[in-house]
Design a binder for this molecule. Structure first.
Ligand code: SF4
Ligand code: SF4
Length: 299
């Protein structure tokens, strides 16, 4: 198989579940590879791409946008988001609500461009560069990341002469910051996918997952206003941070979900021993009960 065929196959695999597959330029780019692109008010297609987009908002996108718009998460979600269940993972996410009555326009687009430009969602931010490790299968979590061009036919930005390396482009888009903020969330999605369809999330777990990954005010109330701290040990220093800082709270939420869904403990979040003992005892009791029933049926 030629090198380019191998790359094409790898990209196809990475994108097999994604409708983007037919608009990808199947060229693998490394960080120092160059491409030509510039988006500015004088391109004939200016802002035309900001409609009918399927934009999944990451938890960090929501924090940046609600802060930018000066509102709380409840208000932001009500005005700008639609809850959706991701098909492959069964995980609930928030999708940016397009304005159906206005031809599917993004609510943030104006004649002069994006009104939330410096806080726009990650998926608008990286365009036209895609990153394969963000969408690969769960077994590839630690695989080396690679990049590719998303070349949509209507986008005239590719005819411009401005040249970038992938690294320069990523620097300009704050990509490293966004990657580090979104990593915990992507890991949750990928890990959940590795559990397969048979481990469907119960309704209650879905609601909790959605709240923790979209609504920092409600999650904060949950941590400090429920019996959460009767169950979990959290160092005081971390508690102080999450009381004041949405980003710290978001990262804490990822740790909590990893613990609640996959049983992963960290030094900064662990379940209290007496609660754990109780849970183990309950599982064993259920198991004994089941075995007892099976034994009785066999007789
Ligand atoms: S289609 Fe491309 S060049 Fe045109 S506005 Fe959108 S990103 Fe910019
Ligand atoms: S958030 Fe900004 S860049 Fe993204 S689709 Fe809306 S207007 Fe366009």
């Amino acid at each position: 198989m030629t090198h380019s065929k191998t790359i094409k196959k790898e990209i196809d695999k990475a994108l097999s579940t994604d409708r983007l597959a037919n608009i990808i330029d199947p060229v693998r780019l490394e960080k120092n590879d160059k491409f030509q692109f510039r988006c500015h008010p004088d391109v004939p297609c200016f802002t035309r791409c900001c409609r009918n987009m399927n934009i999944i908002l990451t938890p960090y996108d929501i924090i940046r946008l609600k802060r930018r718009l000066g509102m709380n998460s409840d208000m932001f979600l009500r005005l700008y988001a639609v809850p959706e269940i991701l098909v492959k993972t069964g995980v609930p996410v928030a999708r940016l609500k397009m304005l159906e009555k206005e031809g599917g326009k993004c609510p943030f687009v104006t004649q002069n461009g994006c009104q939330v430009y410096s806080d726009r969602p990650v998926c608008c931010r990286y365009y036209p560069i895609g990153m394969a490790s963000l969408i690969q299968q769960e077994e590839d979590i630690n695989k080396e990341e690679f990049f590719f061009l998303i070349k949509e036919p209507h986008c005239k930005g590719f005819l411009e002469k401005t040249e970038w390396t992938v690294n320069e482009w990523r620097g300009d888009q704050e990509a490293d910051l966004y990657d580090s903020m979104n990593r915990g969330w992507f890991e949750l999605l990928l890990r959940k996918r590795s559990f397969g369809d048979e481990t469907e999330m119960p309704e209650k777990a879905r609601a909790l997952f959605y709240m923790i990954t979209t609504n920092m005010e409600r999650f904060r109330d949950f941590v400090f206003g429920s019996r959460f701290l009767d169950t979990y040990i959290v160092p005081e220093e971390r508690l102080k941070k999450i009381l004041e800082d949405d980003v710290e709270l978001m990262q804490f939420g990822f740790d909590y979900l990893k613990n609640a869904i996959f049983g992963t403990e960290t030094q900064e979040l662990s379940i209290k021993k007496e609660i754990l003992d109780k849970k183990v005892e309950e599982i064993l009791r259920k198991r004994r009960h089941k075995t007892g029933l099976k034994g009785a049926l066999k007789k």
